[in-house]
Design a protein around this ligand. Structure first.
Ligand code: HEC
Length: 110
């Protein structure tokens, strides 16, 4: 955990652990900033990135394995706007974020 947390915007508006169902919503606020509150419709800021911020429910994103999603969320994608969350979220929380991305792709949960 970085002291000072200059990247506080990455932690979303609500703070709390990602583990619980309410906490997961708070934690996915980290993604909402660029990917949209529903993970599918990026806000103006998200659309200003190049490469574009992808729809997290899209086939392109869902094609990644859980391990690949974990790596992407933990390390980010270099040379793009996608930040790594490894220094602000524990591995356990990152697995919860992987589940969050998966839940967006699950047709049963739409
Ligand atoms: C500061 C803006 C920003 C934030 C915050 C952000 N992302 Fe991203 N994300 C991006 C951009 C830009 C890309 C596109 C990168 C590319 O295509 O190279 C991306 C791409 C991705 C991809 C797809 C990678 C690929 O190769 O197709 C996944 C999955 C993803 N983000 C998940 C997340 C999750 C989960 C969170 C919250 C923990 C999050 N992102 C937070 C900007 C952001």
């Amino acid at each position: 955990m970085a002291p000072g947390a200059q990247n506080s915007f990455l932690q979303g508006s609500a703070s709390g652990p990602c583990g619980s169902s309410t906490g997961l919503t708070a934690c996915s606020g980290s993604c909402a900033f660029c990917h949209g509150t529903d993970g599918r419709t990026p806000p103006t800021l998200g659309r200003s990135f190049y490469p574009r911020v992808p729809d997290l429910s899209s086939a392109q994103v869902q094609a990644y394995s859980d391990a690949e999603l974990f790596w992407i969320i933990k390390n980010g994608i270099h040379l793009s706007g996608m930040p790594g969350f490894g220094n602000i979220h524990s591995d356990e929380e990152i697995w919860d974020l992987v589940s969050y991305v998966r839940s967006l792709g699950a047709p049963s949960q739409r």
